[in-house]
Design a binder for this molecule. Structure first.
Ligand code: NAD
Ligand code: UFG
Length: 340
């Protein structure tokens, strides 16, 4: 298949591009590089020995999308382009709604124009907001979101359901990722956030390599076994394989699936496992709870197993080992690496 990945130069998109190429699909990427580097794609090409067709452009621009869809036939789209910082979304909600919602509307319009009917969407466990119950299954309530980022994912899911009602030929699957982590085992591609990391693992790695003093732990008084927040971390290669399975099972209609492991780890368990894996000591600094955080976020991944034949196979140790390899081999991310 000719598969277009919007946002394909990003952290998760680059891993999906690699998995698709390894399954002999053709990969086309549209990315405006607002949070990524084209070097990720050259590394994916080197790892796979195959070429990617790259378009630098913006999903909000009709002309950019038309150029991509006019240049080659597209069989399916994996729509990953979006902004993802919860904090930034609280400061700049219009920017988030513009990018994540208006950009998706433009994509849906151009897909219709070019009669492309297959779409996989990067959604998030954040659509569940404050969990109604644990573990979260697909028929749990959604929409009780706590920030514009989460609201944008919830609204896009809702829009997609309505668009499918009006265009029954469309096959759309939204994948609700839990906490993506890890990197390709080669250490060649991975995640490198700009500035001070918001997320646990990138922050922890910067403490371990001496870039930052100690790891703030946000809250030790949650109702969890050790008082710190529990999350369902999923290896990015498992996520990538989940997309391939979702693509293989696409059929007309709108569906959504959790992509998680169903296994939760607390912040302190992560620190402990990382210390074992890396041999590094990570000093922690207990702080107050971070506003907006929930105690536990955990998936029931059963529906994806039943209907897509997919389940995560990599555990926390592999996530930490692979991500740490990427981090130590690329302490500045793709910066300072080979140019195109
Ligand atoms: P990322 O920032 O690494 O990748 C997103 C990519 O989209 C970047 O390469 C960026 O340059 C591109 N992009 C953004 N706006 C664009 C636009 N208007 N036009 C073209 N390209 C644009 O993030 P990621 O972690 O790879 O996440 C990919 C998707 O998965 C996002 O939609 C994100 O919301 C979703 N998601 C991520 C997580 C996570 O924790 N990483 C969790 C749940 C869902
Ligand atoms: N945490 C710390 N210290 C830090 C960073 C995080 O203690 O420096 C804690 C948090 O309080 C939480 C856990 O580590 O208990 C995980 O926090 P992250 O920021 O890594 O991840 P979140 O669960 O808050 O959110 C992530 C993504 C969202 C996405 C969500 C669900 O950032 O975009 O998973 O998919 F929506």
């Amino acid at each position: 298949m000719n598969v277009l990945i919007t946002g394909g130069a990003g952290y998760i998109g680059s891993h999906i591009a690699l998995s698709l190429l390894q399954q002999n699909h053709q990969v086309i990427v549209l990315d405006n590089l607002c949070n990524s580097s084209p070097i990720a794609l050259t590394r994916v090409e080197a790892l796979s020995g195959k070429k990617i067709t790259f378009h630098q452009g913006d999903i909000r621009r009709r002309a950019d999308l038309n150029q991509v869809f006019n240049q080659q036939p597209i069989d399916a789209v994996i729509h990953m382009a979006g902004l993802k910082s919860v904090n930034e979304s609280l400061q700049k909600p219009v920017k988030y709604y513009q990018n994540n919602i208006a950009g998706t509307l433009m994509l849906l319009e151009i897909m219709k124009q070019h009669q492309v009917n297959k779409l996989i969407f990067s959604s998030s466990a954040t659509v569940y907001g404050v969990p109604e119950k644990i573990p979260l299954c697909e028929n749990c309530d959604t929409g009780n979101t706590t920030n514009p980022y989460g609201a944008s994912k919830y609204m896009v899911e809702k829009i997609m359901g309505e668009v499918v009602d009006a265009q029954p030929e469309l096959a759309i699957t939204a994948l609700r990722y839990f906490n993506p982590a890890g990197a390709h085992p080669s250490g060649q591609i991975g995640e490198h956030p700009e500035g001070i990391p918001n997320n646990l693992l990138p922050y922890l790695f910067q403490v371990a390599n001496g870039q930052r003093g100690n790891l703030p732990v946000f809250g030790d008084d949650y109702e969890t076994p050790d008082g710190t927040g529990v999350r369902d971390y999923i290896h990015v290669m498992d996520l990538a394989e989940g997309h391939i399975q979702a693509l293989n099972h696409l059929k007309p209609g709108y569906r959504h699936y959790n992509l998680g492991t169903g296994q939760g780890y607390s912040v302190l368990e992560i620190v402990q496992m990382f210390e074992q894996v890396s041999g590094k000591h990570v000093p922690v600094d207990m702080r107050a709870r971070r506003p907006g955080d929930v105690a536990i976020c955990l998936s029931d991944p059963g529906q994806a197993k039943k209907e897509l034949g997919w389940q995560a196979t990599r555990g926390l140790e592999a996530m930490l080992r692979d991500a740490w390899r990427w981090h130590t081999q690329n302490p500045q991310g793709y910066m300072g690496s080979e140019t195109l």
